[in-house]
Design a protein. Structure first.
Length: 266
């Protein structure tokens, strides 16, 4: 089904907008977003990261950026660079530990301001870290913004997979392409292989599996994501392979879209 809306906006100067989503909280979306953005940068792309978790922004800590440091030139807000990636988060504007107690409409407009009013430099990719659930942010993004696609994050347990299926159904219904599924925290504790099985069952590309690994957690807590800290780490290599697969997929989507537009015009 394709319900893409005619009024979906792209962001000038940004070639591909990619969201990282799951229905369940705490499965590693923010960790995947940061490491994936750095991996896309390592394979020679210009990359940004947008923290769309407006009420619970984690990107500043995970990227090692001091809260309150969002650069502004006059009225213009500019991203802050960390590990070669341009970052924007409400957590960069607010003093630490300030709760954001916004309701749905304000959250949606906050997201749009971060997308359309920030002075982004030219980017190949903007990775968007979504909050958990099929919230206002996810709906606004899927309906009003021209996404190249969504990466679904899940842990291997059945309860997480159940929620991942719901996220897939929502993006499918809204006509947003799904770039594939990443299994995170694979381990004896949580299981191994549930993500691959779910991807097969749902007809999605399986992008890879990231193990449950202390170095990953330490990277997120200390503001130096594992791919930035050590690009030879096996986990970093997996991230770089995933980034490569996403890059190829996005180029394919772009070619298909431009030949579709050409056909429409002739
Ligand atoms: N593969 C992994 N191995 C070890 N720790 C991990 C891994 N992935 C994520 N973590 C840790 O798990 C915690 C939750 O991860 P994260 O914040 O990225 O999840 P999330 O899906 O973004 O959560 P939320 O839904 O609250 O936004 C963090 O402390 C992170 O460092
Ligand atoms: Mg998060």
């Amino acid at each position: 089904m394709n319900n893409r809306q005619d009024n979906q906006r792209s962001v000038p100067g940004i070639a591909h907008l990619i969201a990282v989503a799951s229905n369940k909280g705490g499965v590693g979306k923010s960790t995947i977003s940061t490491n994936l953005s750095i991996a896309l940068h390592k394979i020679e792309n210009k990359v940004g990261i947008l923290d769309a978790d407006i009420t619970g922004p984690n990107i500043p800590r995970m990227m090692g950026i001091t809260p309150g440091s969002l650069a502004s030139e006059g009225e213009e807000l500019r991203p802050v660079e960390a590990h070669g990636v341009q970052a924007v988060s409400l957590g960069l504007v607010l003093p630490p530990d300030t709760p954001v107690v916004w309701r749905g409409p304000m959250i949606a407009s906050g997201l749009k301001q971060m997308l359309f009013d920030v002075k982004w430099s030219e980017l190949d990719y903007l990775v968007i870290d979504l909050p958990p659930g099929t919230s206002d942010v996810s709906m606004t993004l899927a309906q009003d913004v021209m996404l190249s696609g969504v990466v679904i994050a899940t842990t291997p347990q059945e309860v997480s997979l159940e929620d991942a299926r719901k996220a897939v159904a929502m993006f499918d219904k809204l006509g947003v392409p799904i770039l594939g599924l990443i299994e995170n925290m694979s381990s004896e504790i949580f299981g191994i292989g549930g993500g691959k099985n779910a991807a097969d069952e749902l007809g999605l590309d399986y992008l890879g599996s990231i193990p449950l690994d202390k170095d990953i957690r330490v990277g997120s807590d200390t503001g130096i994501p594992i791919v930035a800290k050590n690009s030879d780490h096996t986990v970093s290599r997996t991230y770089i392979e995933i980034a490569q697969a996403i890059h190829e997929k996005c180029l394919m989507i772009k070619n298909e879209t431009s030949s579709f537009v050409k056909r429409e015009l002739t």
